[in-house]
Design a protein around this ligand. Structure first.
Ligand code: ADP
Ligand code: ZN
Length: 732
């Protein structure tokens, strides 16, 4: 038999299928092959009777790497779709489907020695066969008799290794290797939770979803409307029918929370897939899904590739979240992938959000998604009251602090009442840049065109793009002056200012700096939930999903921050962020308050977000998008050229641009816009960055995308990477 193999080469830019000879392999199996002078891993993606190459020269597959096909037929099909849709290399796509450490055999199943009694004799008979003074041996046997099979390591610890060895030698106990599953977040929810009686709105949502097992749904429910319970009930019903489910949540920080609720309900049948797990845990959870031990996969976006068969439902919570779009290689959109997998399996797709993405809500308007509304909070609790503060007025009044007088007052009241507050600022570090007051020198990363952020914890300057760290400056390297001005305030400084303002109040901070270890997210959130602190300061990590009953005040310190970006998604993102953050307030009995600080208090986005008027915002924004023919009324393509040699990037871009211009000449109506330029972020990680931006008519995509990709694959320059993004989230 001839097998089509994708060779797993990391550095290579080639995307070729190689033919190998072999017998008896299943498609999807990972195999060892010789390639050039060395041996490498590969994936069998197809089989055939004959090769187009000279068959006498084909090499034999050396051996399989696992005794099962790691990648299912369905996932191979999905891979092929993703490859043509997003312009990806086979090897990069296939890697998405297996735990990273399976490659290179850096992880294997954990097996341990288990001991059990080797005879069916009664305890008395066994004990009689042992010496009366062999206490440890006697205790060990008794223990085994009462407790059944036990790990050798436990017995060794309790009774000593010599006792166990002696019993083994006498043939009284026997040992066997058993596979141990490493379980992430073991302590999370071992108990069972009571099922909630669904409220009418929830019942209606569940009934609607279950009435069409292959439907596409958008559940638009305000924050606190009880969407989670809807998801759980749908999963329960699907699993009861012997099918499997995938439940996606946006960020690592949210997974433990969702995992807890799923485990309370479904116990061991839930497996967690995300990058924050240890290598062994990730592998074992994947394996449990693969071999049917677990039927429910939960995780961030990569869980959409869970190795499940017979999928009945794919649920995407907070579907508007930008983390569902992978913005580095391999780039893909989780919602499209989920839709494809749902179709493959005849499964239903349920998207949920309080602030659906404009694109999804538009699809619902057009009938491509069935809209389900849950407009009220549980117990008809009112949405929080939002107070907008004009910060330029504060400045005119002489208040130069980042806290408005209203926010200070509300903070004091909240603390007084024994409640909790969350303060949101999407900027970590101490301050956003360091500038010499004399010559204007700004400290920048040596590898990126990015100014360095001041960090006070360790007194360093850090590049928030590539993570590189630099020593703090005590004098300007340019003019030797020792006086610096600092940029905008970050979360570190907020934490410090709060401690000065309220010396007796405990403050917690959650941002990328305080959450570097695996469990730190959960620990901070748990501490806050337990009331160990009264104020939680954080970046967007604190914005989503968390349900803290004692929070009655939310402060948004810089409501404009994301508003004035030049890209077309800026207003939508700001609206979502503010609504989400505001939704954290007043989720229990007390009505919540939100203080929204801004320099543009009359902006429609902030006004509508303050009223939590999603539909009002949608109407306004969708009209603007249509007028300017932005997505969802068009498709934006960015072709990115990056390389260490500036000239090579420009040369390649120029050549490909010329070919694209020819293409545009052939299809003038399809190209709404095309231009080439330096990226706003000119250099990153020591590479220059250039781009071609194209805006395409929607109905021309099928015809044009392959032709545009062909141009990208055509001419080459060594050292220049060409990558394509569709509807990029970020145009920097
Ligand atoms: P959402 O995800 O829509 O923001 P949640 O699912 O977090 O809302 O639900 C908000 C709160 O309401 C949670 O504390 C949840 O336990 C509670 N809740 C949800 N459904 C019910 C119900 N049917 N009866 C009582 N409480 C409920
Ligand atoms: Zn950098």
């Amino acid at each position: 038999m001839i097998y089509s193999v994708i060779v797993d080469l990391s550095a290579s830019e080639v995307d070729r299928i190689y033919d190998y000879k072999g017998e008896g392999y299943a498609v999807g199996t990972r195999v060892l092959v010789s390639f050039g002078k060395r041996q490498t891993e590969g994936y069998i993606i197809g089989e055939k009777q004959t090769s187009d190459c000279d068959e006498s020269k084909l090499k034999q597959i050396i051996r399989p790497l696992e005794d099962f096909p790691a990648i299912s037929q369905q996932l191979l099909q999905l891979g092929s779709y993703m490859r043509s849709e997003y312009h990806l290399r086979w090897a990069d796509v296939l890697r998405l489907f297996i735990p990273a450490e399976m490659r290179g055999s850096r992880v294997r199943a954990l097996s341990k020695q288990q001991i059990c009694l080797a005879t069916d004799d009664s305890l008395d008979i066994i004990l009689n066969s042992l010496k009366p003074n062999a206490t440890m041996q006697r205790d060990l046997v008794t223990f085994l008799y009462l407790n059944g099979a036990t790990l050798a390591e436990t017995l060794n610890k309790e009774f000593g290794a010599s006792a166990l060895k002696a019993l083994k030698d006498k043939g009284i106990v026997s040992s066997q290797q058993i596979v141990i599953r490493r379980t992430p977040y073991k302590d999370l929810a071992v108990g069972k939770a009571d099922k909630k009686q669904l409220l009418p709105a929830q019942q209606h949502a569940v009934d609607t979803v279950l009435s069409n097992r292959q439907g596409r749904f958008l559940l638009h429910g305000v924050t606190g409307s009880g969407k989670t319970e809807v998801y759980l009930t749908v999963i329960e019903r699907i699993v009861q029918q012997g099918k499997t489910c995938i439940m996606l949540v946006p960020e690592i920080s949210l997974t433990p929370n969702m995992l807890r609720q799923l485990r309370e309900r479904f116990g061991d049948t839930v497996a967690l897939l995300h990058s924050g797990l240890s290598v062994g845990e990730r592998y074992d959870e994947w394996l449990r899904l693969k071999n049917g031990e677990a039927q429910i996969a939960v995780g961030a976006r990569s869980a959409v590739f869970a190795p499940l068969e017979n999928i009945g439902a794919i649920i995407i919570d907070e579907e508007h979240d930008s983390s569902y779009i992978s913005d580095f290689n391999p780039r893909y959109n989780t919602l499209d992938v989920a839709d494809y997998r749902a179709k493959q399996n005849g499964a239903l797709l349920l998207l949920g959000s309080a602030t659906p993405s404009l694109g999804s809500y538009y699809m619902a308007q057009k009938g491509q998604l069935q809209l389900i509304e849950m407009p009220e909070r549980i117990n008809k609790q009112p949405l929080p009251k939002v107070e907008i503060v004009d910060m330029s007025w504060e400045t005119r009044r002489g208040n130069r602090s980042i806290f408005s007088s209203l926010l200070k007052q509300r903070l004091a009241e909240t603390i007084q009442a024994g409640n909790q507050a969350m303060l949101f600022l999407n900027r970590r570090g101490y301050s956003s840049f360091l500038m010499c007051t004399k010559c204007g020198y700004v400290a920048k990363c040596t590898d990126c065109d990015v100014s360095l952020t001041v960090h006070r914890d360790d007194n360093m300057l850090k590049c928030h793009y590539c993570g590189k760290r630099f020593y703090m400056l005590d004098q300007c390297p340019n003019c030797k002056q020792r006086s610096f001005r600092q940029g905008k305030i970050g979360t570190q400084q907020i934490e410090q200012l709060l401690k000065e303002m309220f010396p007796d109040v405990k403050v917690l901070r959650m941002d990328a700096d305080t959450t570097q270890t695996k469990e730190s997210h959960g620990k901070i959130l748990e501490a806050f939930r337990n009331g160990e602190a009264q104020i939680l300061v954080g970046t967007q990590m604190i914005a989503k999903g968390h349900d803290f009953p004692k929070v009655t005040l939310v402060g948004i310190l810089d409501g404009d921050q994301s508003l004035h970006h030049s890209d077309y998604l800026a207003t939508e993102r700001t609206f979502q962020l503010i609504t989400q953050v505001a939704g954290r307030s007043g989720r229990d009995k007390d009505v919540g308050t939100v203080v929204l600080q801004t320099y543009t208090p009359t902006h429609y986005c902030l006004q509508l977000a303050a009223r939590q008027d999603y539909v009002g915002f949608y109407r306004k924004e969708i009209n603007l998008r249509e007028a300017a023919s932005f997505p969802p009324f068009s498709e934006i393509l960015r072709i990115l050229y990056t390389g260490e040699k500036e000239k090579d990037c420009i040369d390649l871009l120029t050549e490909q641009y010329a070919e694209l211009t020819d293409l545009k000449g052939k299809y003038p109506a399809a190209f709404l816009y095309m231009d080439k330029m330096r990226c706003p972020l000119k250099r990153a990680e020591n590479k220059f960055r250039f781009q071609i931006l194209i805006k395409l008519q929607k109905d021309s995509l099928k015809q044009l995308i392959p032709q545009i990709y062909a141009v990208c694959d055509g001419k080459k320059r060594s050292g220049v990477q060409v990558s394509v993004e569709r509807n990029p989230q970020n145009l920097s």
